[in-house]
Design a protein around this ligand. Structure first.
Ligand SMILES: Nc1ncnc2c1ncn2[C@@H]1O[C@H](COP(=O)(O)OP(=O)(O)OP(=O)(O)O)[C@@H](O)[C@H]1O
Ligand SMILES: [Mg+2]
Length: 605
């Protein structure tokens, strides 16, 4: 007799649950997604003990009739797909018909549901997927589902769970993202009796960002919009002055679905480029829309990852959108001096404090909902941005990116008149907008960085022959990489020849190498190529070596500058593409507006 047996539904469900229901937050995600698919406008989520004792989700969606209610708990039962063709054009969040049976396999579930045409709601109770009871009861329209004693029959899974606090953080995180994905739905989260989140459901993304991250963050978000033949983006990216130590504040919402994507994350970070300090990450909420046939959502058991069919193109386009948007916005941090004094326990301070206490917490979970609904941040941010956008569309036609960068750089970089030098380190300067304090080293680093980058891009014409060839030696595997990078080195302007198996003789170098530091610069470029294992492109090398050289060639702190030297530095700064941060992402200038200064001296109230 054969040994193979088809497993029972109950066993199959438990196995599926292993993938779909990883932790309480996965249950919350599946139930809220079902509520969203049911066309709800209001969704309420309540959890107790990190979701282990209770997860309750109530919605005002279309509900189910008695027959569907029982079917919903069968494996592979779904109302969201009718034919195989539908699999390639999924417009709902769910489609596998797996979530409810999987959840029911590892918990005790109760549902009450009532559609518009029913007088009474139908209820069902299940334990480990067995129906225990069905009945009818008065209940508002929509569906309410209680999941109790999660993992009661899978002790191994229970043991693997982290603390209640950790599970709560995961739940808050996923609810935050679902709320960001659906600003048109009012989503409320109650945790052990305390309201943690309540979004307004007005359809405005910035209002949701305000509710989740607080006012100070919302005020520093820049709207971003973009239209491509195949994709459309709409959302907000944070000014580089608001960063966090983790990538958890970047959210991608693809056709209303929160997804994780290293590819898109990379694209965003590349868009910020040198605007971010090392190991700091921006805020970003990007809603991406595309034809459902261009994205495969059926690649991950909990649907958190997707596959894009034009991913390279998408990533490149996203990066450019972000880069361009940042260039067009004025990025000088405001001093905020007067505000700070007034609000000693401002939302921002609470946020920072909380964030310092627990850097791993992905969201500002403890930010209380603002007292007054989103007042006018929206309008003021938008007005400011609208002006910039108008300038942008005027200029942005067929010119290439670099030209536009230069054009716009002139519009955004202020020309400043030096007043004095402070402690041999900072330049005090003014224009009609008020006072600026400039970090002279950071400023010069940025100027040099842009100069070297340009030089590295067009160096081959101006070379000098070294009187004595410079020799260096590598390990044999390194030498192999360098031999294969010969054309790259030539493009940079370094002409060399192999000398034995592991040594090289450098004969010519670009003219602009810093005098007296030629050998060190050759070594740096070779090291960079090795670090990139030969995969760095000319653009990468340009960038990285320009950063290194800029730092070396720049004036340091504690160096006296004459008025003329300051003026020249400020003039050069006004011409660079990005006058706001040094290549490592530290700020170059801080602005004190006249209004703020007047406020300090109580000339205005
Ligand atoms: N809150 C709800 N309101 C109305 N109908 C619901 C609700 N939740 C579930 N359903 C119905 O139950 C069916 C089964 O839900 P389930 O979550 O198991 O599968 P799915 O959403 O179709 O796919 P997936 O497994 O990918 O989530 C759904 O297709 C839907 O018809
Ligand atoms: Mg579902």
């Amino acid at each position: 007799m054969g040994k193979i047996m088809v497993m029972s539904d109950s066993l199959a469900n438990k196995i599926a649950a292993g993938e779909v229901v990883e932790r309480p937050a996965s249950v919350v995600k599946e139930l809220v997604e079902n509520a969203i698919d049911a066309g709800s406008k209001r969704i309420e989520i309540e959890v107790e003990d990190g979701g282990l004792t209770l997860i309750r989700v109530a919605d005002d969606g279309e509900g189910m009739d008695a027959e569907d209610l029982e079917k919903a708990f069968l494996r592979h039962a779904t109302s969201k797909m009718r034919s195989e063709r539908d699999l390639f054009r999924i417009t709902t969040l769910g489609f596998r018909g797996e979530a409810l049976p999987s959840i029911a396999a590892v918990s005790k579930v109760e549902v009450a549901t009532r559609s518009r045409d029913q007088l009474l709601a139908h209820t069902i109770s299940l334990e480990g997927n067995k129906v225990i009871r069905t009945s009818q009861t008065p209940h508002p329209f929509g569906t309410e589902i209680w999941v109790r004693d999660l993992f009661f029959n899978t002790p191994a899974r229970l043991k693997y769970l982290k603390s209640v606090q950790t599970e709560n953080h995961h739940i808050q995180d996923i609810v935050n993202r679902l709320a960001l994905a659906h600003p048109d739905i009012s989503i409320r989260l109650i945790n052990d009796g305390k309201e943690i989140l309540k979004t307004a459901g007005t359809g405005d993304l910035l209002t949701v960002i305000h509710t989740i991250y607080g006012l100070e963050i919302a005020k520093k978000m820049i709207p971003i919009q973009g239209e491509h033949l195949d994709f459309h983006i709409d959302g907000f990216i944070g000014k580089p002055e608001i960063t966090r130590g983790s990538r958890a504040y970047i959210s991608f919402l693809v056709n209303g679905r929160f997804v994780r994507s290293n590819l898109l994350q990379r694209a965003i970070l590349d868009g910020y480029h040198t605007l971010l300090p090392v190991n700091r990450y921006p805020f970003a909420v990007i809603q991406l829309r595309m034809d459902p046939t261009l994205v495969d959502v059926n690649v991950h058991p909990s649907k958190l990852e997707v596959r894009f069919s034009k991913e390279e193109e998408l990533a490149k386009w996203m990066k450019e959108q972000v880069k361009r948007r940042l260039l067009y916005s004025s990025l000088i941090p405001e001093s905020n001096l007067t505000d700070r004094r007034k609000r000693q326990h401002s939302e921002q301070d609470r946020f920072d404090l909380h964030w310092k206490v627990n850097e791993s917490l992905p969201f500002n979970a403890f930010a209380e909902p603002p007292d007054s609904p989103s007042i006018n941040i929206e309008t003021s941010v938008r007005l400011e941005e609208k002006k910039v956008e108008e300038d942008v569309t005027e200029n942005y036609s067929s010119q290439n990116m670099e030209e536009i960068d230069r054009l716009n750089a002139r519009q955004v970089a202020p020309l400043l008149e030096p007043l004095a030098q402070l402690h041999g380190t900072y330049i005090l300067a003014q224009n009609e907008e008020g006072l600026y304090i400039i970090d002279q080293h950071a400023a010069q680093e940025r100027i040099n960085y842009e100069r070297f980058r340009q030089l590295l891009g067009s160096p081959s014409k101006d070379r000098q022959i070294l009187a004595i060839a410079y020799t260096y030696e590598l390990t044999s595997s390194e030498a192999e990489i360098i031999r294969n990078s010969d054309s790259l080195l030539r493009e940079i302007g370094i002409i060399q020849e192999p000398f034995g198996d592991r040594s090289f003789l450098v004969r010519e170098i670009p003219n602009w190498f810093i005098k007296g530091k030629e050998e060190a610069q050759i070594d740096e470029i070779i090291q960079l190529i090795l670090q990139g294992k030969g995969r760095f492109t000319l653009a990468d090398i340009r960038d990285k070596s320009a950063q290194l050289m800029a730092c070396k060639a720049s004036i340091k702190a504690n160096q006296h500058l004459s008025r003329e030297e300051m003026r020249s530095l400020l003039h050069q700064l006004s011409l660079v593409g990005n006058p706001y941060t040094c290549p490592h992402g530290r700020p170059i200038l801080v602005h004190f507006s006249l209004y703020e200064i007047e406020k300090l001296f109580k000339r205005v109230m």
